[in-house]
Design a protein around this ligand. Structure first.
Ligand code: NAD
Ligand code: UD1
Length: 339
């Protein structure tokens, strides 16, 4: 029996494939490489010394998915495939709804056809919107300000409806906070196309000299140092949460549950810059600029439910996150592209 990992060549998916293979799972990846490269699968094989089956397939391609399910015995799906750039989603909402929502609906329909009813879904802390912090799973979600975030909220609702219609489904909604860092081998990590939108890849590109300066988006928030606070989580800890979620679905099938996957600790943008400089010895050139539209001043998780119910705990600290980010950046100055 195998686990199908959609978007398995991407940032979080690739780290999860490594953990799955190391734990003895057979892994099948479905990725259309719109935001990744097939080389990632070679790196995963190099790290684990195990084989991985890769299909170049879009999740909206029903026939392609049917081929994957007919050629493999898929026991569960971990569903990462999706577009994730907030700014782009406001400019191209139809593309986001089509890729993320239509893609998920096609995937669920094919899963049903093959009687595979176990899924772990990549959701986001963004579904909490303007709730008080720390965020808890019992809060009302959906007050989201952009199409990307709405796709996560809608897919959570769709999965809820699927479960109500047929409670043989086993569904885990993992609400990620801010994943950063890379595998300790320095072989896989985050490699965004073009100029990064997110903080950590921006910092590491400034440190390596590919970008001249980081702009800190706002220095006048009502926080300890005026910059925004987030709950940064090491991508390997996040990857391990998926194995805990799979175990839970096995031991407690026919259920649907949401879990916050964060550390519960909030760090400011300046904390991150300082920690990166400490961990790597690299200076990060930055200036304080205007606020970014849509940014919330502060949010972080209450991870108690994941700790207690999934038996999952974040084990890596901010120093590890910075050190590992830098190792990947240093070893791969041009990302996965050959020099
Ligand atoms: P990523 O872009 O690195 O990985 C997504 C992968 O999915 C890529 O390899 C891409 O090529 C593939 N993909 C996209 N659309 C596809 C389609 N239609 N068919 C097949 N493959 C497709 O992103 P990531 O950071 O690894 O995020 C993985 C998931 O986690 C996404 O759903 C994202 O929304 C969610 N998430 C990410 C973050 C974050 O900060 N990175 C936070 C919360 C939630
Ligand atoms: C962003 C998304 C969110 C998504 C999350 C994880 C927005 C508005 N939100 O969240 O929906 O779930 O990524 O993918 O894009 N920062 C700078 N300078 C930069 C980049 C970022 O100061 O060049 C600051 C931001 O203002 C923020 C913090 O760094 O306070 C983290 O930013 P980012 O990595 O983009 O994540 P989020 O904004 O939390």
């Amino acid at each position: 029996m195998a686990i199908l990992v959609t978007g398995g060549a991407g940032y979080i998916g690739s780290h999860t494939c490594v953990e799955l293979l190391n734990a003895g799972y057979e892994v099948v990846v479905c990725d259309n490489y719109c935001n990744s490269v097939p080389e990632v699968l070679e790196r995963i094989k190099q790290i684990t010394n195990k084989n991985i089956a890769g299909y170049d397939c879009d999740i909206r391609n029903r026939a392609g998915l049917e081929k994957i399910f007919s050629e493999n015995s898929i026991e569960a799906v971990i569903h990462f495939a999706g577009l994730k750039a907030v700014g782009e989603s406001t400019r191209e909402p139809i593309m986001y709804y089509d890729n993320n929502i239509s893609g998920t609906v096609t995937l669920l329909d094919v899963m049903k056809e093959y009687n595979c009813k176990s899924i772990v879904f990549s959701s986001s802390a963004t579904v909490y919107g303007n709730n008080p912090i720390p965020y808890e799973e019992t809060m009302v979600t959906g007050d989201v300000s952009n199409p990307y975030g709405r796709t996560k909220h809608f897919i959570e609702q769709i999965l809820g409806d699927v479960y109500v219609s047929d409670n043989e489904w086993s569904i885990s909604l993992l609400r990620y906070f801010n994943p950063i860092g890379a595998h300790e081998s320095g072989l896989i990590g985050e490699d965004p196309n073009g100029i990064p939108n997110n903080l950590m890849p921006y910092i590491s590109r400034v440190a390596i000299g590919k970008l001249p300066q980081l702009t800190v988006f706002g220095g006048d928030y009502d926080t300890k140092d005026g910059t925004c606070i987030r709950d940064y989580i090491h991508v390997v800890d996040l990857a391990k949460a998926h194995l805990c979620a799979l175990n839970k679905l096995k031991s407690d099938p026919h259920s649907i549950d949401a879990y916050n996957i964060g550390t519960g600790i909030g760090y400011s943008v300046l904390d991150i810059i300082n920690a990166f400089e400490d961990a790597t010895g690299q200076k990060v050139n930055y200036k304080i600029g205007e606020r970014r539209a849509g940014d919330l001043p502060a949010f972080y998780a209450n991870p108690k439910k994941a700790n207690e119910v999934l038996g999952w705990h974040a084990e890596r600290n901010l120093h590890d996150m910075c050190e590992d980010t830098w190792r990947f950046q240093k070893n791969n100055p041009n990302g996965y592209k050959k020099d």
